[in-house]
Design a protein around this ligand. Structure first.
Ligand SMILES: [Zn+2]
Length: 495
């Protein structure tokens, strides 16, 4: 009798344990909400959606590897039951079909992992990309998956994101067509699971680098969160970090907002430099500095006070980079539909260097006993830079060979800024072209010797340069157009 009672007691206990185990498992998978990445994650604090660090360790250990399937179907099937009890649970009816085993594929990038369309592609539903989703009445739909995908290619360094010469491509598919060619894949407008996994993997790898760079860039803490479906604020901060950490200390700049006499800067790395630089260029290109309390853009006086007091209470909006953010407005996004283009990273970085180049050009430099602004020294190569009447007229008429771009011909100020940016972003092309023009060679040597302290850059694609030359006459509008117009080129973000 006693032993029978004991047996019943143990049986009841086992049933309770089994039920508790299943219920507990169900509770945890609900709480999880989404599958955890089975691989070890890089520990950083930038992944907006990465909550894995906050999970209690024992909870993680108890969990079986989850797959996307468990999201749609949170009731555990008998095969994935985590308990080891022998007790049989309600057996599913014999007629219920056994679901086929699915591969465990999890989106790894923070950019894609919460996207329902990317998830459905991964679970086997290909996506036909279409202008009908991307464009409505000539406006871009920022909430479309097509827009998001283009912004993935933006983070992979691609240029001209809505234009391609590949037959069959359209606005929505141009970047995808170029990406497929670049990766040696068959070209179509269907985004398959295999291609989705590869894109996600490449974005994931870029994110790891971006998070590391952003962490090392002090102004990053002031960058506003990105609009949905556009590159993260870490990605934008990494563009600043990569450029400005490549510039040697020999570079001296005078920023317009400098509040101390004879203030010089070498780079844009800390908050003082950042505020002073963003103001210097007058805001329209990169974005505005926005007061967190008053909810509006800072006046120049307020910026000067901020730099003097060293109390930096601002947000950087990055409107010049984000398609969906209206200039001077950090609070609201443009509507879902907007007119205009989608910028790309080499153009943004070249512009950053160009504008910083103006600050470098404004700095006084003593050469052969003459103390004047750096761009005035430089300006004597192609312009009569000190004659106010002829300041915008190049010294020679047949002069394409001595300018780095069409825009550099504007005047000696733009010549310096364009050449400064090309020295950094198109070093290989600048040197190649300088071999056959003595004036361009003088410009390169001036920058190398007087500005960059001998540092040279292995940047810019000669292949793109030759391709451009074979298709165009004269100079490109801007120094970096050689690469932008090359469909098989993508920026590696290296300097
Ligand atoms: Zn300029």
């Amino acid at each position: 009798m006693n032993s029978q009672k004991g047996f019943v007691g143990i049986f009841v206990l086992l049933v309770i344990l089994a039920v508790a185990g299943v219920a507990g498992y169900y509770f945890i998978s609900q709480k999880e909400g989404r599958p955890s990445t089975p691989t070890t994650q890089v520990n950083d604090n930038f992944g907006q959606n990465d909550t894995s660090l906050n999970k209690p360790q024992n909870e993680v250990n108890q969990l079986p590897v989850t797959s996307p399937k468990q999201q749609e179907n949170p009731v555990p099937s008998s095969q994935s039951k985590p308990t080891q009890t022998r007790t049989s649970k309600p057996t599913p009816p014999a007629t219920s079909p056994t679901p086929p085993p699915r591969e465990i594929n999890v989106l790894k990038s923070d950019f894609f992992k919460n996207d329902s369309i990317a998830q459905s592609i991964l679970s086997g539903t290909p996506r036909q990309l279409s202008d009908n989703n991307f464009l409505q009445g000539g406006k871009i739909n920022a909430l479309s998956f097509e827009f998001k995908l283009i912004n993935a290619f933006k983070q992979l360094g691609m240029a001209e994101l809505t234009y391609s010469e590949i037959p069959g491509s359209s606005d929505a598919t141009a970047a995808f067509y170029k990406w497929q060619k670049k990766n040696g894949l068959g070209v179509s407008n269907i985004l398959t699971k295999e291609k989705m996994i590869l894109i996600d993997q490449q974005v994931y790898e870029r994110e790891r680098k971006d998070y590391e760079s952003a962490k090392n860039y002090p102004p990053y803490q002031k960058f506003a969160a990105a609009p949905s479906n556009e590159p993260s604020r870490e990605h934008l901060a990494a563009i600043y970090y990569n450029l400005f950490s490549s510039i040697p200390q020999t570079v001296k700049a005078t920023l317009a907002l400098s509040t101390r006499e004879e203030q010089t800067y070498s780079t844009i790395f800390n908050l003082e430099e950042f505020v002073t630089f963003i103001d210097h260029i007058g805001n329209p290109y990169f974005g505005s500095v926005f007061n967190q309390e008053t909810k509006r853009g800072l006046s120049i006086e307020e910026m000067v006070r901020m730099v003097d007091s060293k109390i930096y209470s601002f947000t950087f909006c990055g409107e010049g980079y984000y398609a969906r953010r209206e200039m001077g407005n950090c609070l609201t996004l443009n509507s879902e539909f907007f007119v205009g283009g989608i910028s790309y990273d080499i153009a943004h970085a070249s512009m950053l260097a160009h504008e910083f180049g103006h600050s470098v050009g404004s700095h006084n430099m003593l050469i052969n006993g003459v103390n004047k602004r750096t761009h005035e020294h430089f300006g004597t190569i192609s312009f009569n830079s000190l004659n106010p009447e002829n300041v915008n007229i190049p010294l020679r008429v047949e002069n394409d060979g001595e300018f780095i771009s069409q825009y550099a011909k504007t005047n000696y100020l733009e010549d310096f800024a364009e050449s400064f940016s090309a020295y950094i972003h198109s070093g290989n092309i600048f040197r190649k072209r300088a071999e056959i023009n003595i004036y361009l060679k003088q410009k390169y040597d001036f920058l190398k010797g007087n500005v960059f302290g001998g540092k040279e850059y292995n940047t810019g694609s000669l292949d793109s340069y030759y391709l451009w030359q074979s298709k165009n006459k004269g100079l490109p509008p801007k120094q970096d157009y050689y690469m932008q117009e090359d469909p098989s080129w993508a920026w590696d973000y290296k300097y």
